[in-house]
Design a protein around this ligand. Structure first.
Ligand SMILES: Nc1ncnc2c1ncn2[C@@H]1O[C@H](COP(=O)(O)OP(=O)(O)OP(=O)(O)O)[C@@H](O)[C@H]1O
Ligand SMILES: [Mg+2]
Length: 442
């Protein structure tokens, strides 16, 4: 037995999970949404990978359902021509071997380079795509403030290292642009960006125009909208797993997932193909457990390691903020930034609705003076917004309410001070910059 172990170790010096015996089954049914394999069921676990050999080609699929005699496999490449009688090989859990040199690279959900810069170097440590986050009591506390360089965020919803925050908005209101601006923050050692379900054109725009030179400290994982649901469901898990690798190296990592809603759509497609029933607005129950499982992996690491600050975009269909996916995500996060179409329509970007956005950890960032200043500013903004209709109809006479007069004088300036585009300079000290603008023009 010992000599067998030694033989195994000499064949496998990096102790990677290479099994010496491969088990094969055979394809017994092919449908547009999945493939059925017999002969493998006793050896498979849900979420494991199966390889098909056909026509001198190779395709991969994931186990989504196991029955006594058959297993249902969903394919990564929907165009693959797997046929009846083809062999199906059991590959085991999906794993990656990330390496520091992956920074600056663009990869697909399977961890293969797609940027024409040659193959990726493989690291020494195996990283599973599905992991369990550290236990709550082992995790460091989230108290270290971060400066993102986006003024409206640093002032009104400031973040801490290891925090998880969502950006909620309808389509085309500026989620991806804001995420890109946050990815350029100097507060992080590495950014890992998972782009899910985007159009190919948007990916290029995001990389070239929004990230620009900052691409060198980012690993970008892309699954475009035309890729299979399996690829779109895998990309955020691949990105998270790479973020965990850098966190375990002691780094302060930013993990961006754009968008988590598209991950939920992909998870829904896979669950329906596996035979699950839909419960809430077409979503099967497993989607609601997949979401926290993914999002919980961001956050602080164990005491002494690095942290993963998670920023997740959430598409709120038809600007309906009560959709079940948005609701479920909101409950898992430590804050949310709401973008408003009405604000974007006025050309005010980032279109953050300050009154509806909160960061649950802002008390660790603000000094007591800053906190009371922000409360005062929010109060003025609330007065200004509440009286908008009245003022438009000419129902307010200046001089009759000094607080409202102050709001009318200051709020447009505050809004103006918060405007920022990807091309603007990033903010250094948001409080001082706001004070200067109010003072200059006051
Ligand atoms: N900070 C900004 N400064 C100037 N323009 C902006 C800004 N943010 C967004 N925009 C404008 O809004 C458009 C849509 O932005 P973006 O693609 O970021 O939205 P989105 O919410 O990610 O859209 P989708 O739902 O399609 O993914 C941009 O093409 C740009 O014209
Ligand atoms: Mg977008």
């Amino acid at each position: 037995m010992r000599s067998l172990t030694r033989l195994y170790q000499s064949l496998n010096p990096l102790n990677q999970n290479v099994s010496l015996v491969k088990i094969a089954g055979v394809v017994t049914k092919v449908t547009p949404s999945a493939i059925e394999v017999s002969g493998l069921s006793p050896f498979l676990k849900l979420g494991e990978y199966v390889r098909f050999d056909h026509d001198h080609m190779m395709s991969m699929g994931e186990v989504v359902r196991i029955e006594r005699n058959t297993a249902t496999i969903k394919m990564f490449d929907q165009t693959s021509s797997v046929g009846l009688g083809d062999k199906a090989w059991h590959e085991g859990a999906f794993e990656l071997f990330p390496e520091k040199s992956w920074k600056g690279r663009v990869i697909n959900a399977l961890g293969h380079a797609i940027d024409n810069q040659g193959p990726l170097l493989a690291g020494e440590k195996r990283q599973l795509v599905d992991t369990v986050p550290p236990a709550a009591m082992d995790r460091a506390r989230v108290t270290k403030p971060l400066r993102t360089g986006v003024r409206v965020v640093d002032l009104f919803t400031p973040l801490c290292a290891g925090q998880r925050i969502g950006i909620f908005a309808g389509s085309g209101v500026g989620k991806s642009t804001l995420l890109g601006m946050l990815a350029r923050s100097r507060a992080f050692d590495t950014a890992v960006i998972g782009l899910v379900g985007e159009r190919g054109r948007e990916v290029r725009e995001f990389l070239d125009d929004v990230l620009g030179d900052h691409l060198t400290h980012a690993v970008t994982v892309v699954a475009t909208g035309d890729e299979s649901p399996l690829m779109r469901r895998l990309a955020p898990r691949t990105a998270t797993s790479i973020a965990e690798f850098f966190r375990d190296q002691g780094e302060n990592v930013l993990l961006i997932l754009d968008s988590v809603t598209r991950f939920a759509h992909a998870a829904r497609d896979v669950a329906l193909a596996a035979g699950e029933m839909a419960v809430a607005r077409g979503y099967p129950p497993s989607v609601f457990s997949d979401l926290p499982k993914l999002l919980e992996r961001a956050g602080p690491g164990v005491e002494g390691s690095g942290s993963i600050t998670g920023i997740f975009s959430v598409l709120v269909d038809g600007d309906d903020h009560n959709d079940p996916i948005a609701d479920s995500i909101r409950g898992t996060l430590d804050g949310h930034i709401v973008l408003d179409r009405a604000i974007a329509d006025q050309g005010r970007f980032p279109a953050v609705n300050i009154l509806r956005s909160i960061s649950r950890l802002s008390q660790h960032v603000w000094t007591p003076e800053q906190q009371s200043l922000v409360l005062k500013l929010r109060g003025l903004i609330a007065r200004y917004e509440d009286t908008q209709d009245l003022r438009l109809m000419g129902g307010y006479q200046a001089g009759s309410d000094s607080e409202l007069d102050q709001a009318i004088a200051l709020v447009p300036k505050i809004y103006h001070a918060m405007e920022q585009t990807p091309r603007s300079q990033s903010s250094v000290d948001s409080f001082r910059e706001l004070a200067e603008i109010l003072h200059d023009k006051g």
